[in-house]
Structures are given as C-alpha cells and as structure tokens.
Design a protein around this ligand. Structure first.
Ligand code: PLP
Length: 398
C-alpha cells in the first residue's frame, strides 16, 4: 500500500524509540537503568485521582464541548492570571489532548505551505516534525550552552524572512533544561513585535525551575507581545499526569483559537471528560504537591550533574529547569572499544545500552549530535548506579 508523502516525511520520535527499546530489553530480562523517560516518575497525586473517580461516579462520561469544558477553561484562565500575569478570556483558551496536540493544532491553524517557523537547536524533537506536517518549513538556528541554549537576538534576526510566521520559545527547555532570562525573553519578544511574528511559548516545564530561577511568560511583558503570544502549557509535567492527556493553548488572537477549535471539532473532539475534571483539581487544589516534586528533582539534578562532570570527557552545564541533564560528550568521539567506534551520539547511546545496560537519548534527534540527554525523572539510587555503570563503560574506551 502507498504511504502518503506527508507521513513519509515525518521522522519517528527518538525519545519514544529509546523508551520502546528499554521496555523490550527489560521484558527480555535485562536490568536496564533508563534515563530516557520524558515523564515524571512520581504517581499522580491522590486528590487529582480522586477528582477523576468522583467524575466517573457522577456520570461525567459524555462528550464535552470539543475545545474543553467551561469549568476547566475557567480554572486555566485563573491559573494563567495568578501564576503568569496573563489575562485571557475563556474564548481565548482551548483544551487539547496534551500540549503536544495543542502545538500540532497551532501549526495546522497558522501555517500555509512554505511558511517558516524559527526553532532553536537543541529542540524538542516534535517541533520540526509538526511544522512539516502542517506544510511549513522549520528554520533551525543555533544556540550555545553559555547562553543557556536560548538563541540570541542576532541569530534569530538573521533567520527572519518574509515567510517567517512564528518563533518557538521553550523555557525551561527539553532537552537542555535551559531557562531563558528576562532579558532574553524581552529580546525575542521585541523581534516578534518588529517583524509581525507570533511567539509560541511552550511553558510545559514552567513549574520545574531551580536555584531561584524565575520563569518568564513572554505574554506578561506588555500588551504588544501579549497580542502576539500563544501560551502553551498542560498538566503532564507539573502534576505527573502524562497519561491523562490534558494540555492547552491560550492566545489573545481569538480567531486563531477558533480555527484550532474547528480543527479539533473535525478531528479529535474533546479531550477525555474525566481527565478534564482531574485537571480542574490539579490546577485549583493542593499546590504544595508540585513544590514537593520540584524539590526532589532539584536534588537529583545536583547529583546527576556532579557525577557527569566527574567523568573525563564529559562536560555538563547546570540546567536551570525541567528534568534533563544535557552533557556535551563530543570529547569522547573517535574513541573505541574493540570493534566499536564512538562516532557520534547514536553510537555512544548504542554502546552504553549494549555494554552497560544504561539508556540515554542521543542528541542527534534534538539537532545536537555533540550531546546526549539524561532524564533525571528517576530515583537517586538509579542515578548513582546508572552513572557508575556509565563511568565504567567510558573508562574502557581508548
Ligand atoms: C517541550 C515539550 N513540549 C510539549 C510536550 C508535550 O507534553 P504533553 O503532550 O504530554 O502535554 C513535551 C513532552 O515531552 C515537551 O517536552
């Protein structure tokens, strides 16, 4: 059977691929320590589960409006106002099946064939693929660890063409953990205003910032940028609700939100009714559970970054947020163990998995082959044991 050109152009997700490989190895009896997961290892907090159970018992099991129920939109509007200083009306909010779905619909609603979206590398694997699936062209710009992997004004300016429609900002970032400073956000916002562009702000990791770093929502910097910003967020990372599939987008541009709504009407309809009730509880009750998880992540981050930097040939900058360490491993490239040559991040990933039962994610899929990503959404015991294995495997290379 013929597969469409569109589907053939979509690359498989390297993060989901590594997760599947680890699962298969574990099922075959191998004791793999995984640093691949893009999800918190904590259970969903009880009060959120209880809200879902209550919703089931109350018969809240039918279709809702496809862009999300009124009480959840009200909870999201209140959260965005209280936490982020963003004043959105419910008509400016759409609830989707995860932030990924919101982002997909943004590109479907915004882009015509050949329209460009500026994405900074290292990038979350899905951005370029979603842009391509909408007929758009991802334009990749570079960043440096010294700039927290946030693109500079000049680099972005040089990439703007008459076809540019939007810039994506993901702070804190997957895969780097980089957090944009207020000045960096201001610089990008100014470019969007000057060049009539949307700023797509993916804030899914906003609750996970460390060392007193502040999360800046660009839309809160002034009315000009508020009018051009699309704020994306969701419940997955902050509330350990990855499987519940609740994300949302908010934009002052009602027409864009309405267009996304039409796409949702004709494709998925509403996100699961029960999960929407759980999301209301997540957003409105017991904020201390988020702080508890954040504190655990911060300890783990400190441990993993210290252990990585103790390994010769590895250099890891301190990530300000999210739950990923993103070490530069390029000093190892060219080394070998017997017949195996570490030619890049894919080869290093294979070597660690095959010889040390340690799973990391190669940077190649994030547009950054000099790096690998290690998720520290796992116990301190696993971090210590996994990094000991990794250190031993690296010692064997010459
Ligand atoms: C940067 C980024 N944005 C968005 C998402 C999507 O999250 P979800 O669809 O679970 O809400 C993820 C998930 O890995 C992510 O890392």
């Amino acid at each position: 059977m013929a597969i469409s050109q569109r589907a053939r152009n979509a690359a498989p997700s390297p993060t989901l691929a590594i997760t599947a490989r680890v699962k298969a190895l574990k099922a075959a009896g191998r004791d793999v320590i995984g640093f691949g997961a893009g999800e918190p290892d904590f259970d969903t907090p009880d009060h959120i589960k209880q809200a879902a159970i209550d919703a089931l018992h109350a018969g809240y099991t039918k279709y809702t409006p496809s862009s999300g129920d009124v009480d959840l939109k009200a909870a999201i509007a209140a959260k965005l106002s209280h936490d982020n200083g963003l004043q959105y009306k419910p008509s400016q909010i759409i609830v989707s099946c995860g932030a990924k779905h919101s982002l997909y619909n943004i590109f479907q609603a915004m882009l015509d064939d050949g329209d460009e979206v500026i994405i900074s590398a290292p990038y979350w694997v899905s951005y370029p693929e979603m842009v391509k699936l909408a007929g758009g062209k991802p334009v990749i710009v570079g960043t440096t660890a010294a700039e927290n992997f946030v693109p500079t004004r000049d680099v972005v300016l040089a990439a703007i063409t008459p076809k540019t429609r939007a810039i994506i900002l993901n702070s804190p970032s997957n895969p780097t953990g980089g957090v944009a400073s207020r000045q960096q956000v201001k610089d990008l916002a100014a470019l969007c205003i000057q060049h009539d562009l949307y700023l797509i702000s993916d804030e899914i990791y906003e609750k996970l910032v460390y060392d007193g770093n502040e999360h800046i929502s660009p839309g809160a910097l002034g009315s000009d940028i508020f009018n051009r910003t699309i704020t994306v967020n969701g419940c997955s990372k902050a509330y350990s609700m990855t499987g519940w599939r609740i994300g949302y987008a908010a934009a002052a541009d009602d027409e864009l939100i309405a267009a996304m709504g039409r796409i949702q009407d004709q494709s998925t309809s509403n996100p699961t009714s029960i999960a929407q009730k759980a999301a209301v509880a997540a957003l409105t009750k017991n904020p201390e559970v988020v702080e508890e998880m954040r504190t655990h992540f911060e300890h783990r981050r400190n441990l993993i970054v210290r252990l990585l930097n103790e390994m010769p040939g590895i250099s890891c900058s301190m990530p300000g947020g999210a739950f990923y360490a993103f070490p530069d491993v390029s000093a190892i490239y060219g080394k070998r163990y017997e017949e195996i040559v570490i030619s890049g991040s894919d080869a290093l990933t294979d070597y660690l998995l095959d010889t040390a039962d340690v799973a990391v994610v190669p940077g190649s899929g994030f547009g950054a082959d000099n790096y690998v990503r290690l998720s520290y959404a796992t116990s301190e015991k696993n971090i210590s044991a996994g990094l000991e294995r990794m250190a031993l495997a690296l010692q064997k290379l010459e």
